[in-house]
Every structure is written in C-alpha cells, then in structure tokens.
Design a protein around this ligand. Sequence first.
Ligand code: ATP
Length: 833
Amino acid sequence: MVASEGFQSRIEIHLRMRPVNGVAVADYGLDHEEGTVEWVIPRQAAAGMHNHQREKYSFSFTGILGTESKQDEVFDSVAKKVVMGALDGYNGTIFAYGQTGSGKTYTITGGTERYVDRGLIPRALSLTFSEVAKRSEYTYQLHFSYMEIYNETGYDLLNPDHETKSLEDLPKVTMLEDEDNCFHLKNLSQHLATNEEEALNLLFVGDTNRMISATPMNLASSRSHCIFTVTVEARKAGEDTVRKSKLHLVDLAGSERVWKKGIDGQILKEAKYINLSLHYLEQVIIALQERSQGKPRHHIPYRNSMMTSVLRDSLGGNCLTVMIATVTVAQEQLEETISTCRFAQRVALVSNQVMLNEEVDPSMVIKRLKQEIKDLKEELHLLRGGEERGPLTAAEMSILKSQISCYIADKSDDATLNCGGTMLQIRAAFQLFKQMFLETSGRKNSVVDQQQTDVSTGILVTKNTESKSTSTLQETISNLNHQLQQRDNEINILVSFIRKREKATLKKTMSTQAPEISDIGDQCASSEDKGTYYCAGPVSKDVEMGISRLDDGDRDQNLEQSLSALNCQGERLKAFEVFKASYPSWDAIEENKKILKEKYSKAKSLGEKVNKARERINLMKSQIEKIRVEKALQSLTQGVQTLDCEDDSAEENLICTIEKEKRVYKDNFNDLRDLKKEIEHLHIILQQNRIRLQNDFEKWLNPSPRQVFQPSQSTSDVQFRSWINGLMQNQSSQLPQLPSTPDSVSRTSKVLSMAATKDSRTTEQLISTSSKGQEIQDKGRTHRAPTPQSTRSSTCGVLEEETPIQLTGDVDTDADILAFYQARADILSGNSR
Ligand SMILES: Nc1ncnc2c1ncn2[C@@H]1O[C@H](COP(=O)(O)OP(=O)(O)OP(=O)(O)O)[C@@H](O)[C@H]1O
C-alpha cells in the first residue's frame, strides 16, 4: 500500500506555559533561541546543612511558547506543518499532555468566548478547507470522528443518539484487530463535511455532548481523553492512486498523580484509570525510547490501553507527531510541571517512520479501464468504418474530393492527405483517385485528339478556348465586384439616412422638450424611438464617411456637441426600462429576487438564533467546566471528594438547559443549512437569468452588424428589396407607419430595382420622370418633400422645414425616392463635400 520508504522523524515537543493570576509564580528562566527552560526549586531550609536536593531543573524543547504566546502563534509553530502534511498524505498527530487546568483544552479546542481564542482544531479545519479549495487538481473527501475515552471505555461524541439516550445506553466504541495487527474502531461514526462550517458544527456538537453526557458518573473533561480525527482522502485527476491519511488532535486527561493524595471512591477509580492509561502511555514511550537507543525491545505494549492502541501509529509508527506539554507557572504546581517536562524529554527520543500513504484505488482502476474499453470500442468501430452506417454522403464525398485535389495540387514532398481514419473513407478515397485518374487520362486523350485535328489547320484551339473562358470569368468577377460595390454604397446611403433621421429627431426634441433632451444619447435612443437601436452598432469606415459627407456641418456642429454631452449611461438605463417592460421573463426575475430577499432575511434571523444558542451553550459549558475543575482541584488538595450539593444541582440545571438549547441550536442549524442550499440554488438561477437578460438586452440594443450588411453579390433583386424593407421596418417599428399607396409601392419598387441594378440615370432625370414632376430642392444636402400634399406630410409635416428625409415602413414618397437616389448617385460618383 505504501508507495514510499518514508523518512525518520523524531516526535517534536513544545512547551506551552499558561499564565496564572493571584498565586505565587515559580522561579524559572527561558531561552527561546535554544528552546530551554530552567525551573528553580528553592532548597528547603528544614532539610539542614547537608541538603543535596537539586535546585535547578533544565529541559530542552523543540519550541517554547511562553505565557504571552497567542493561539495563532501556537498554531503556526506547532500545527500548520502537520495539517499540511495530512493533506499531502502523511499521518499526523498533535497531542496535549499536562496536569489539570494547565491549558490542554484551551490549546486543542480553544476558549469559547473570543474568536482569537480558537484553538488548534478550529484553526486546523479552517486551513484544511482553504487548502482543499486551492488544490483544484485533487478531489478531497474529509471525514470527521470525535471519540472520548473514559475509564478505558470509548464513546462516540458524534453519535446522533446522544439526543435521546443516556451515556450508558449508547453503544461503546470497541477495538478490533485484523490479521495485519491493524486496529479498527467499531461504533465510531464518521461524518463527511464539505465545508468549514459543517466541520465546525461537528466539533461543537461533539464538545457539547462531551459536556452534558457526563452527569451519571460525574465525568469531568479533565478525566477523559478526547481524540478528534480528520480522515483525508485525496485523489488526483487522471491518476489511479488515492492518498489516505489521518490527522489526530488529542486532548489527554490531566496527568496529575492523584493517588498520592489519598483519595477514595469514584474519584479514586477515575484517577486509577487515568493514571493507568497515562502509565501505559509512559510504558509505550519508554519502550520506544529504549528501542531508539538500540536496546532490544521487540514488544511495545500498545494493547494495554485503548488510548495507546488508537494512537499506535502516532507513537513510533507512521506519523508526524507533535506533543504539546502544557504547564502552569504557578509555584504550587511546580512538581507536576517538572514531571510533565520529564515526560516530554522521553517522548522527544521516540522516532517515527513517516511514509506517504498512497495506494492504488481499485475503483479508480476499474473506472479507468472501463473508459479505456469504451474508447477502444469506439476506435474499433471507427476503424471498421462505422459499418452500421451507409456509404459517404454526397457532401462528404465532395469534401473528400477537394481534399484529394489539394493533395494532388501540392507539389511538395511532405504533402499529406488526411481523408479520415475509417475504412469507409479510405475506400472512398481510393475510388475517387481511380475516378480522377481515369477522367484525366480520358481528357488527355481527347485533348491530344483535338490538338491533332487542329494541328492540321495550324491553330491550337485548346489554348484559345482556355483564354476565352478566362476572360469571361474575369469579366464576371469584375461585374460581381462592381455589383458588390454598389450594394455597399446603397447600404451606406441607407445607414446615413437612418443616422440623419435620428439626429433630426433628437434635434427637434431638443428644441421642443428641453428638459428631456439631456437624457437622449447619441447611440441609445429614447424609449419612444427604440427602432434606432438597430443602427447603434459599429458601422464601416465607408459608412461613417458617407454619413459625414451627408452631414450638414455647420448646423450639426452644435448638435454634435450637445449629443456628446448627453449622458450615455443614463440613456442605457432608460433604454433598459423600455426593454424590460416587454421582456417576457422580467416578472419571473423580479419574483425570484423577492424570494431571495425573503430567504436572506430568514437566513439572517436563523443565523442569529444559531449564534445566540451557541453562545448560550458555550457560556453554560464554561460555567460547568469551572464547577468541575474547581471540584477536581478541591478533591486533589483536600484529599477527599467533597460533595457540594449546591454545586451539583447548579451543574444539573445547567446541563438541562444546555439540552434544551442544543435542540434549538440543532433545529435552527438544520433549517439554516437547508435554507442556504435553497439560496445557493436561487442564486444560480438568478445569475443565469441575469446573463440571459443582459445578452438579450445587448442584442436588442446593438444588433449584430452582420444583420445589417447581409446582402452579397449573389443576392437577387427581390431578396435585396425585401431586405431593405425589413431593415426599414426594424428602424421604424416605433414610428408611425405611413400609408402605403399602390402608387408609392410601385415607385418604391422602381427605385429599389434601380438601386439594385446599375441604373445610371441622374437625379435630374429622375425628377423629370417623377410621377408628380415636383421639384427637388437641395438645401445643404437636406432633401425636402416637394409638396405639402406629399403622402408623408400627414404624419411628418416636419419635412416642410428642412428636416432630413426619414425612412419609414416603406419608401413611399417622391422625396424619399429622390433623396435616396441623389445620395446614391453622390456616393457612386464620389461626389463628396
Ligand atoms: N494560555 C492560556 N491563556 C489564557 N488562559 C488559559 C490558557 N491556558 C488555559 N487557560 C485557561 O485556564 C483554564 C483551564 O484551562 P483548560 O481547561 O484548557 O485546562 P486543561 O488542561 O484542559 O484542564 P483539564 O485537564 O481539566 O481538561 C481555562 O479557563 C482556560 O481558559
């Protein structure tokens, strides 16, 4: 299973010193550089002159975290590398060892009151999830378990039955050993958490259960060992291997030597168990220490206690292990402090063989092999030429033919033919080769025949025929080019008309409705003029030139300035208002937004409830802890267990209240979790809607220029005409439609067909052939309607006052026709101002 040989690593030991208040502080000296601490025990005068009592006790540590050290410092120097190692596939263990009240729980789990007091577990969870998020090439699965060992019995702190059953009725966690001497824990639940919040919730639930399920036996946290385990599984994309590692964070029971104090009853029993398991821990450490010193120690007594069995790998096995020795600087605790330091020195001699836990994942291999089989089947199927399908289609044959022609035409040596890999394609390619060869050889023969015939007359007919066809082709090309140029120019004229009409509308609005003008943009039209959006997209340089030629420079200069001063952004908003009014999904979006808002406020209130319940529980937990620590210390110092009924009932009351609060917390947490899922879902929907809405709006605002410049050389006149009409309908969808008389329709057709063909008549000629024979006045390139009776005057009387021609639903007035034709003629003749 293990892929690497690994490396030797000594167990690191760190000293963490807890500050004390209101008690005498021991005499000690620290050397942070060297990592040494020296405790001074003053000689007792009572011992007389010949007092050989040692005075100074010096110890070395990997690192020293003095009384001022903060939680983040502890995490960075002690735990960070172990957590990172676990994510890389190395087992890791961090355990806190020390007397009661020396700060083990504070170090491992942390204080509950302030965020900065978070201990190693919450910080490890935070780092784990942020790292996992960064390593996108891996898929991580993180499972969590939380076990308590009390009086040599294991309890699952995350068993959901904690809600309904008492501690005695819960299934005990037991150890099972397999044939490879590996231990497995039965009845210990594993919980998958996909984010930090879920993992923190598990920690909180476990801590609370630890606290409130203690009643019957007066179980205190200081008398049980707790192991929080993160099981990490990492799979790299495209690889068959999986890395499996475990990270244990262990809060050991208080290490004080209670039996010395002459206690009895339950406390004595507990003390025995604690001391027994810590004694076994010490035995394991001694055996490992001896082994590391080269002494023959084949047997390491792991099995003697549950705790050493669970931590087997952490002690002398495959694990990066760190011990935090917690001590207080209180003078009265000095003996225990020195005892803790001594134990740490032995631990420091234990050496572990750390290995990368990488194994081949059968499920990944099966998945890969299945994929390979699928790929091979597909390949085989392709190679067989997709037998289920019929022969190549005409289109496929023509592609193949052109590929072969290119191949033949390419005279270079490295020319290749990629006709596809199927037998069907290869066969078809050969067939085509044959056909082409036969055709060519047949043609050659006929050419030779022809040449032979003509040689008799002395004229090479083939050459003449070829040159003839070439010149015809060239002529066609130049005709088509010319036609294309014309169409382009006509398009330019149309666009410039539209632009001019836009500006005229704006100008008119400016003069009549001054307050609203500032809202009208050059590119974005008002809601009443949505049709002009059509032309807001980019136009070609030629078109721009056409427009500038048609502009009435002097008069438009002020207009241009006004237009450029207009707030385009505001116009977009205005345009958006128009757009959304007719947008079919707008109501649904609004509805979703409303729902999301409601859900947010509900989530906020649930979050507050959860936090408040958590705070209340934490407060009560620290009150209980205080009562218990006081009781434990009292029993240690007084030697007997003083049963203070008041304390007991206070503790029971607190536990009852915690039970209630826990239910509130849990219900609200679950509701919040469900709500968060709903919110995320709604978010996704809204995001999709937003993107779609934006795209639709942009399309509506700036239609693709391709749509505008659709006609090509091959466009027939009929198509061209209907395209122009379509364009104009789009432009004027918001404008009043002009009446379309049969006469005007016929004129429109006439002009359009003239425009589409190469009609080279001049404006004057057109004027003279105009149905009404009216005059066209050309005032600064602004074409006016010839008579007030014009069909357009009824709706657009403005034409009487030097207003540029407006293109409407149909080209239906003489003025339109004449103006259109004039502009077209100008552009075609390059007549610019
Ligand atoms: N470094 C520290 N800074 C400030 N307060 C601390 C520190 N270490 C511990 N404490 C406080 O001391 C008290 C006892 O600490 P804690 O419960 O962590 O001790 P413990 O060793 O876990 O005891 P037990 O063996 O009973 O579980 C707590 O109120 C805790 O907040």
